[in-house]
Design a protein. Structure first.
Length: 437
C-alpha cells in the first residue's frame, strides 16, 4: 500500500478520501470526488483517494454486482495519489444475488439493515475496510473524508476515525431517502421502518464527525440533526475546461432540444410530453430534433416517451460515454430539464454541466425553489409553469433560430463561474481548514 507521493505533499495536510465512485466510472457521482483529487493540493491539502477498480465503459446497474478482483493499483504525482482496490461482494449479497427465493432475499436485506449494513449491493465498507486498516497502520493522515452514497461508506469512515483517532468529514450527495425533501411526504410503513434505521445509525456514525457536508441546504439541515460538528454545503458543479475541446458553435441543421441524463417516473413526464407535442405541432422532422440521452436505462420512462412522441422527431439512447454526452449538451440549442416542483432545494448535478455549456436552459415545470433561483441568478435560461408556456418559449427560440441561425445567450459569466468544480473544491478545502486547523 505504500507509495512515494509528490514532494509538495511534505508541506501539506494529508487527506484520506474514500469514495466508491471515481473515474473511470462514467456517472456523475465520481466527478465530485475527482475534483477534490485534482484541486485540493492547490489549497494546502494533499489527497489520497481510495476507490474500487472500474472498467472503461459506460456502467450499467448490473456492473455494480460484479466482483473485480484485480490487484490494488496505485498512481501518484505531485498533486494526489489514487489507490484502486479489488472489489468484493459481501457474502450475504452473493446469496441474495444468486437466490430465486424472494423471502430469503427480503429477509437478508432486512437483517443487514437491522445491524447497520446499508446499500450492501455497493459494499464499500466490506470491500475496503481491511486494506484501509493496513494503510492507516503505516501512514499518517490529518483527516478522513468519506462521500456517500453508499451509506456504508459513512460506517466505514466512522470505524476508521475511531480506531486511529483521525478527524472525520462526511459528505452526502443524496439522503437515505430524498423524498424527505418532498412537501407533504408520507412514507409507507416499510419506508418508515427503513428511514428509522438509517436515522438511528447515522446518529451514531455522525455524532463525532468534525464536518458534515451535502449538495444543498435542505439536505444539510436534515443531516445537522445527527451531528454535533460543523455542517455546510458544497455544491456540485462543472469542470472549468469541460467543453473546451468540443464543437458546438455552428448552426445545427435542425433546431435541437436536448435532455441529457436520467429521467425518473416520479417526474412530471406528462407535462413534458404534452408541451413537446404542442411545440412540434405544425413543424416537420427536418426542422426539429429532440434528444433524450441516457434515459433507456429506465425502461418505463423510455417506453412511455417513445410511445407518446413521434419517432421521427426524437432520439432516445442508453447511457453513453461522458465525452459523447457532453457533445450532445454542447451542440444543443436548448437544454431541457424537468423540475421537481414538490421538492425543497433539490437539483441534479447535471444542471451544472448545462450551465457550463453556456446554452439556453429551460426548466419546466419550474420548482419555484433552488432550480428557479439558480436560473434567475445566472440568467442562463427560462422557467415555465404551464404546458403552454413551455411550448411558447420553445417556439420563441425556434423562430430566433430560423431567423439568425443561433440563439442569443445572456448568462452572467461571473455568477456561472461560481459553480465550477474548481471553485467548489476551493470552497470545500477552505471549510475543512477552518474547521480542523
Amino acid at each position: 500500500m505504500e507509495a512515494l507521493d509528490g514532494w509538495k505533499s511534505v508541506f501539506m495536510k494529508k487527506a484520506l478520501i474514500i469514495s466508491y465512485y471515481f473515474p473511470p466510472y462514467s456517472g456523475i457521482e465520481g466527478n465530485r470526488c475527482a475534483s477534490w483529487a485534482k484541486e485540493f493540493s492547490k489549497h494546502g491539502i494533499f489527497p489520497v483517494v481510495v476507490t474500487r477498480h472500474w472498467n472503461l465503459i459506460p456502467q450499467e446497474w448490473k456492473d455494480y454486482f460484479k466482483e473485480d478482483l484485480r490487484k490494488a493499483e496505485i498512481t501518484f504525482n505531485d498533486n494526489n495519489r489514487i489507490i484502486r482496490l479489488p472489489y468484493k461482494l459481501r457474502p450475504s449479497f452473493k446469496i441474495i444475488k444468486g437466490t430465486k427465493n424472494k423471502f430469503l432475499s427480503f429477509g437478508l436485506y432486512w437483517v443487514n439493515k437491522l445491524v447497520g449494513n446499508f446499500h450492501i449491493e455497493t459494499g464499500a465498507n466490506f470491500s475496503f475496510k481491511g486494506a484501509l486498516i493496513e494503510l492507516l497502520k503505516v501512514e499518517k493522515f490529518d483527516m478522513i473524508i468519506v462521500t456517500a452514497p453508499p451509506v456504508n461508506i459513512i460506517k466505514l469512515g466512522r470505524a476508521l476515525s475511531k480506531k486511529f483517532k483521525i478527524p472525520l468529514i462526511c459528505d452526502f450527495r443524496d439522503l437515505y431517502d430524498n423524498d424527505i425533501l418532498k412537501k407533504g411526504y408520507k412514507p409507507k410503513f416499510g419506508m418508515r421502518i427503513n428511514n428509522s434505521l438509517f436515522r438511528y445509525y447515522l446518529k451514531r456514525w455522525l455524532k463525532k464527525a468534525s464536518l458534515v457536508t451535502s449538495v444543498c441546504w435542505p439536505m444539510t439541515e436534515i443531516l445537522s440533526r445527527f451531528s454535533k460538528g460543523k455542517t455546510d454545503v458544497v455544491y456540485n458543479g462543472y469542470e472549468e475546461d469541460l467543453f473546451d475541446q468540443l464543437s458546438g458553435a455552428e448552426k445545427n441543421e435542425k433546431f435541437t432540444v436536448s435532455l441529457v441524463g436520467n429521467l425518473y417516473p416520479k417526474q412530471d413526464l406528462d407535462f413534458m410530453i404534452d408541451a413537446l407535442k404542442l411545440f412540434i405541432t405544425g413543424k416537420t422532422e427536418q426542422e426539429v430534433q429532440i434528444n433524450f440521452i441516457g434515459i433507456k436505462n429506465n425502461k418505463e420512462v423510455s417506453d412511455k416517451i417513445s410511445a407518446l412522441l413521434p419517432a421521427s422527431f426524437i432520439n432516445v439512447t442508453h447511457r453513453i460515454q461522458r465525452e459523447e454526452a457532453l457533445q450532445f449538451i454542447k451542440s444543443a440549442d436548448v437544454l431541457y430539464y424537468i423540475g421537481w416542483p414538490q421538492y425543497k432545494g433539490l437539483f441534479s448535478g447535471k444542471i451544472f454541466e448545462y450551465l457550463g455549456a453556456r446554452r439556453n436552459i429551460l426548466i419546466a415545470p419550474s420548482d419555484h425553489d433552488a432550480l428557479e433561483n439558480l436560473i434567475k441568478e445566472t440568467k442562463a435560461g427560462k422557467t415555465a409553469d404551464t404546458v403552454e408556456q413551455m411550448a411558447e418559449y420553445l417556439n420563441q427560440w425556434f423562430e430566433e433560430w430560423k431567423k439568425n441561425g443561433m440563439l442569443s445567450y445572456y448568462g452572467d459569466e461571473s455568477k456561472i463561474r461560481q459553480f465550477t468544480r474548481e471553485e467548489q473544491a476551493r470552497k470545500f478545502a477552505e471549510i475543512i481548514k477552518q474547521t480542523l486547523f
